[in-house]
Design a protein around this ligand. Sequence first.
Ligand code: HEC
Length: 105
Amino acid sequence: MLKTLSIAVLSLAIMPALSMASDPGTLKQGEKLYKSSCVACHSTGAANAPKLGNKKAWEPIIARGMDEMMTVATEGRGAMPARGGTKADDAALRAAVEYMLSRVK
Ligand code: HEC
């Protein structure tokens, strides 16, 4: 029930795809997953991972859009493991991606 609700809330939050208007709850959830897993590569840029907060690295990715980001996040590409090597569901992954996007300055 709660899960269904949060997925519904998430899909609403994502509607204006990259308007960065995610609600604070989603970002908090995303930050948690980011810090537990994604941080291993995305904080250092290891294996060419786009580094957290690096506008230059993220701009072209953002330009391709959220759908593409979610495809890479769920299926993996190159050194990016599927789901970042976690068992996170789509909603949690999307929250982590949103958190990463919220940090692009
Ligand atoms: C083992 C290292 C590693 C981990 C852990 C990792 N990533 Fe990545 N990630 C990468 C690399 C490398 C790329 C660049 C892939 C490419 O374009 O070849 C990438 C790219 C991405 C992209 C950009 C996708 C695009 O459209 O180009 C997103 C979004 C992303 N990762 C999200 C995540 C999330 C969310 C997590 C945690 C759940 C995570 N990553 C964990 C290495 C990692």
